[in-house]
Each structure stands twice: as structure tokens, then as C-alpha cells.
Design a protein around this ligand. Structure first.
Ligand SMILES: [Mn+2]
Length: 335
């Protein structure tokens, strides 16, 4: 993580009264935590922040929404009344391309924009009003730096809790490679505000519905192993999602779970979102970067956690992508 110069961003923020905050489609704890932290910071500075996301708030993050701060954009919704906002801040995403249907709607507003992100290969306009640091373990840590530089007096338990949530989820509860000395020291600083890490962990990770575990059980029956179990891949069909009485969002975390199996280096999920729309998740234990494969097919992500979407059927997606995945293993690894 490099040292950032926040002066230009602080100058832009200080001139703005109405600030629109957003994060990527299918938001995670990092994007949502970054939004919530800046929302409360701006409120305390007397500004008018507004959070608008392209996806509904996932149920495990409802604890961040005590004050009803998260708003969801509905496809086709008229948001022209937001044209008088002074500033748009895109958090944990590099451009409006990552915002689903909200992206084009925001582009039409033509607002001054700041991106704060840690994803590599984003389309964030380079310049002095964005901070992109792919070595930062979470966007939350960048937001913490910004708030400390801009208005440290606003930091309280609520802001610390939001930022801790981002840091916890993007480091897989402090177990991924991005868990550095700085990660732990920053987490410790959040704890000083009286947050309860055990409680936050339970909100996020111990709130699964039995139906989700039933779906996981179905999926586990059909994991395919190759290259001496180093590669594990599986698919989730719409029929399975329906049979378990689950919704698509409940498959979040399945790929991480499969990666946790002994010997598995790379896990790949093919999720049938609709008849001809397949979402793929790639997770690596750290020996094989997998984001180049995601990029090859128009996706992206971090070296060891990436994804992509393809407008084809399930069989076709597997036939197209699996040969590329297999190229990262040596032939002698073949089982
Ligand atoms: Mn993130």
C-alpha cells in the first residue's frame, strides 16, 4: 500500500454539499462499509449525502442500515432529480461500468466523479481526483485514510463498525494473503471505538438460512476434480436454486468453500443466472493467479479472486472457459 495524496479529493469534497455515493453491483461488505462510513462522516460535516446502489442490500448487511441509509435503484427509474448533486463518489469500483443498470443512468447525469478503489484493471479515469491502490487490502482502509486526513473528529463507533466490516469481509476475516501488519493494526484501531468483532462476524457469516445449506449440499455432490484435485469446479443450475427454495445471492461464498478443500488450488463456479446468462467465480489459494483467465473472457478481479459473466448457456460456458482454466496447470499435474 502506498501513501496517498488526498488533498485534491478533500478539496472537491469541501466544495460539495450534496454528495451521491455508490458501489458495485452485488455489493459486498467493503463497498457497503465504505459507503456507510462516508455517509456518516458527511452528515456530521453538515453535508447531504445520498447512497444509491444498483442491487438490494444483502440481508447479512442489514445491521449497517439501522438508519435506512441504503437506497436501491430500480431499472428504468427516473433519477434526473439527482442531477443537482455536486459530486458522485464511486467506491470499491473503478467506473460506472461496474454499477449494472445504474451505470448508464448516472452517466447521463454527468456529475463530477471521484473513484476510490483497490481493484486492478479498472477503468477509473486516471487523474488527481481518484485514488486507486490495488495493494490496499480493502477500499475501507482507503476511506479510513481519507476520513483521518479530512475530518478525524467525525470518526465514531458507527464509522469504525462500517469500515471494520469492509476490512473483515475483503480479507476473509483476516485470513487471506492481503492480511498485513497494516491490516491488523488498522483493525485494532477500529476496535478502540468499542465495536464488537464477534458480533459483526456473526451478522455477516453466521446468518445463513437452512435452505442455503441445502443448496450447498446439492452442489457438493457434483464437484468435479481434476489435476490431482488441484482444480475443483462445479455448476449451480436454476433448477437447483429453485428446488432448494433459495435465491441466487445465496450462492455467495460457495466458491470460497470449495477452495477450502484439501489439495484444491483453484475453484471455479458456473452459476446459471438465467437461461443464457452464466456467472463464473474463480478462487485461488495463492499459487495460481486466475484473473488473467477472467479477463480473457471479458471479466476481471484480483489475482486470486475474479469473476466474469457470459451470455451463453451453461454447457457452452463450461466448454469455452474450462480449457483456458486447465492451461494454468502443468500436464504432469494431470490426474
Ligand atoms: Mn473491496
Amino acid at each position: 500500500m502506498t501513501k496517498h495524496d488526498w488533498r485534491n479529493i478533500i478539496a472537491k469534497i469541501s466544495q460539495a454539499a450534496k454528495i451521491l455515493l455508490t458501489t458495485h453491483h452485488n455489493p459486498d461488505g467493503d463497498g457497503l462499509g465504505a459507503e456507510a462510513a462516508l455517509y456518516y462522516c458527511f452528515k456530521r460535516l453538515g453535508k447531504s449525502p445520498y447512497i444509491l446502489n444498483s442491487s438490494v442490500l444483502p440481508p447479512e448487511y442489514v445491521f449497517l442500515n439501522e438508519d435506512g441509509i441504503f437506497n436501491t435503484y430500480r431499472a428504468g427509474q427516473d433519477i434526473s432529480e439527482l442531477a443537482d448533486y455536486d459530486l458522485l463518489m464511486i467506491l470499491d469500483a473503478g467506473s460506472t461500468d461496474r454499477l449494472g443498470a445504474l451505470g448508464p443512468a448516472l452517466n447521463a447525469l454527468n456529475l463530477a466523479t471521484i473513484c476510490i478503489d483497490h481493484h486492478p484493471f479498472n477503468n477509473c479515469p486516471a487523474g488527481n481526483t481518484s485514488v486507486i491502490d490495488e495493494h490496499a487490502p480493502a477500499t475501507a482502509i482507503l476511506i479510513y485514510e481519507l476520513i483521518k486526513a479530512m475530518a478525524p473528529q467525525t470518526i465514531d463507533k458507527k464509522i469504525a463498525e462500517a469500515l471494520y466490516t469492509g476490512l473483515m469481509t475483503d480479507t476473509g476475516s483476516f485470513r487471506f494473503e492481503n492480511t498485513t501488519v497494516k491490516t491488523m493494526l488498522t483493525a485494532a484501531e477500529f476496535l478502540k471505538y468499542g465495536i464488537q468483532p464477534g458480533l459483526i462476524y456473526r451478522y455477516v457469516y453466521e446468518n445463513y438460512r437452512p435452505e442455503r445449506m441445502k443448496l450447498l449440499g446439492m452442489v457438493l455432490q457434483n464437484v468435479q476434480y481434476e489435476f490431482n484435485n488441484q482444480l475443483a469446479w462445479f455448476s449451480v443450475t436454476r433448477e437447483q436454486v429453485a428446488a432448494a427454495e433459495t435465491v441466487l445471492d445465496e450462492v455467495d461464498g460457495f466458491t470460497d468453500f470449495i477452495r477450502s478443500i484439501k489439495g484444491v488450488e483453484v475453484a471455479v463456479m458456473f452459476l446459471e443466472v438465467r437461461a443464457n446468462l452464466i456467472r463464473m467465480n474463480f478462487r485461488s489459494k495463492g499459487r495460481y493467479p486466475i484473473n488473467a483467465i477472467a479477463r480473457q473472457f471479458g471479466g476481471g478481479g484480483h489475482p486470486f479472486a475474479a469473476g466474469l459473466v457470459m451470455e451463453v448457456g451453461l454447457t457452452e460456458a463450461i466448454k469455452t472457459v474450462m480449457p483456458a482454466v486447465r492451461t494454468i496447470f502443468q500436464p504432469e499435474d494431470k490426474s
